[in-house]
Design a protein around this ligand. Structure first.
Ligand SMILES: Cc1cc2nc3c(=O)[nH]c(=O)nc-3n(C[C@H](O)[C@H](O)[C@H](O)COP(=O)(O)OP(=O)(O)OC[C@H]3O[C@@H](n4cnc5c(N)ncnc54)[C@H](O)[C@@H]3O)c2cc1C
Length: 422
């Protein structure tokens, strides 16, 4: 009787999932395992560019790549479906539309969702940069606010239509604020609106921005954004959001802002589908073992934003970043292959984080790479190299030309003009 091949099911085709699938199709022989990749969309998207789609400075199709273009369909079976439940005891994944999938090995890489920290009204009344669809929704909302404002009779305009509050001055909040600020001149020109009527207000609970960045670099970013017209409300917490605006808790008391649009970027946690009572999570992420398996689960790996890995030097978890997800994917694939071949000597995940760069629009950036602090064009070039490197990892030089931001970096002025004029 023929031996049934073990089945590896990978949930999520983000950075961690798609690279794990690609690595497994390379390291495993056809007869060794069946590889199934499940994702809710037929495309892989570049989450690290979502702030640009949300602001409308990069078109949707530039940040999405058909999954079939980057996997070998004869090696990896792609299932376009939404995961609704993982049944650990039954080793089964329940899907929204299709038949349940049983697994011998599971790789959970379902990414992040917004962490609201219990702030009332965020889920209902604020927008969040979570996915392609949510980014699209933000872009359309921004454009609609300008169009509505322009339609109002002179003297009767509602100024709050053009007030945008961004909650959180972390990586995403800062990158998004810069993109939005860069988009504004074009939008104002298109609708015949005076730029001075538009307000972009960033609200942050901490006394500074870009927590975790070198203070001088963070200060540079803040000054750059202020130069672009972004206002900062630091040491100020969003207490609640409702249909009419936001209530702030400042050092001196409560305050009310009445923007038509609130975009929440204040924090992320692992996808609640996996980070729940099935796989015990702390602060929304699963603290994985050294070999990236979920505690007490011999055949379940957790990667990317769903996982939590401690930095040995600081004793604190690494922040959820794509770089970590990418590095985890190759260790996970090797460990899965070892288990399938009957081995037990699994590789330990020891990340070497090269650094981080935050873009400040298309003309500027700030960060630290290999311990070197970078800002301005140098940081921008480094950001481009990171993006290009990822495209190469995804395996197609064509992708680099189609999707790579070569034009964005090589001709930033032309790029800004194109999107700015929309
Ligand atoms: C605006 C922004 C900018 C960022 N910039 C940087 C940066 O410059 N550098 C950096 O290192 N990190 C950055 N990050 C963080 C980085 O994007 C994440 O750490 C990274 O995407 C995590 O990868 P992942 O594979 O865990 O999840 P993701 O890339 O989010 O992928 C998760 C996948 O799972 C799919 N999925 C989710 N739920 C389901 C379901 N129920 N069923 C089926 N499929 C599902 C999703 O569609 C998606 O394809 C940024 C994040 C944001 C939001």
């Amino acid at each position: 009787m023929e031996n049934k091949k073990p089945r590896i099911v990978i949930l999520g085709a983000g950075y961690a999932g798609i690279l794990t699938a690609r690595r497994l199709q390379k390291v495993l022989r056809r007869d060794e395992a069946e590889i199934v990749l499940v994702n809710k969309h037929h495309y892989h998207y570049l989450t690290t560019w979502l702030h640009e789609t949300a602001a409308g400075t990069v078109d949707d199709e530039r940040i999405s790549i058909p999954i079939q273009d980057v996997i070998d369909p004869t090696r990896v079976r792609f299932v376009k479906d939404t995961v609704v439940e993982v049944e650990k005891a039954a080793q089964r994944v329940n899907l929204c539309h299709g038949e349940p999938l049983t697994y011998d090995y599971l790789v959970m890489a379902l990414g992040f969702e917004s962490a609201t920290f219990g702030i009332a009204g965020i889920k209902e009344h604020a927008l969040a940069i979570r996915s392609m669809n949510s980014a699209r929704k933000i872009r359309h909302t921004i454009e609609a606010r300008f169009a509505d404002f322009a339609r109002q009779k002179v003297g009767q305009e509602k100024e709050e239509q053009l007030t945008f509050v961004i909650g959180g001055a972390g990586f995403t909040g800062i990158e998004f604020a810069a993109e939005l600020a860069e988009r504004l001149p074009g939008l104002c020109q298109h609708h015949g609106i005076d730029r001075r009527r538009v307000q972009v207000i960033n609200v942050e609970g901490a006394p500074g921005i870009l927590n975790g960045f070198d203070p001088a670099m963070a200060e540079y970013a803040k000054a750059t954004l202020e130069g672009m017209g972004v206002q900062f409300r630091l040491s100020t917490r969003i207490q609640s959001v409702d249909a009419g605006g936001v209530t702030l808790q400042t050092e001196t008391g409560e305050e009310r802002l009445e923007p038509a649009t609130v975009i929440w970027t204040g924090g992320v946690q692992g996808n609640s589908l996996v980070c729940n009572e099935t796989f015990a999570a702390a602060r929304g992420r699963i603290a994985v073992e050294k070999d990236l398996r979920a505690p007490g689960c011999g055949n379940v790996f957790v990667l990317g934003d769903c996982s939590s890995v401690d930095n040995r030097q600081t004793g604190r978890p690494y922040p959820p970043i794509a770089q970590l997800a990418i590095l985890q994917s190759s260790v996970c694939a090797e460990n899965v292959a070892t288990l399938i071949r009957g081995g037990s000597d699994l590789k330990e995940f020891v990340p070497f984080i090269k650094g981080t760069v935050a873009s400040l629009g298309k003309q500027d950036a700030v960060g630290e790479v290999f311990g070197v602090k970078l800002r301005g064009k140098l940081a921008l070039i480094m950001k481009a190299i990171i993006d290009i490197r990822y495209m190469i990892m995804l395996g197609s030089p064509r992708l680099l030309l189609d999707k790579g931001k070569l034009s964005t970096y090589v001709m930033p002025e032309a790029y800004t003009q194109t999107f700015g004029s929309k």
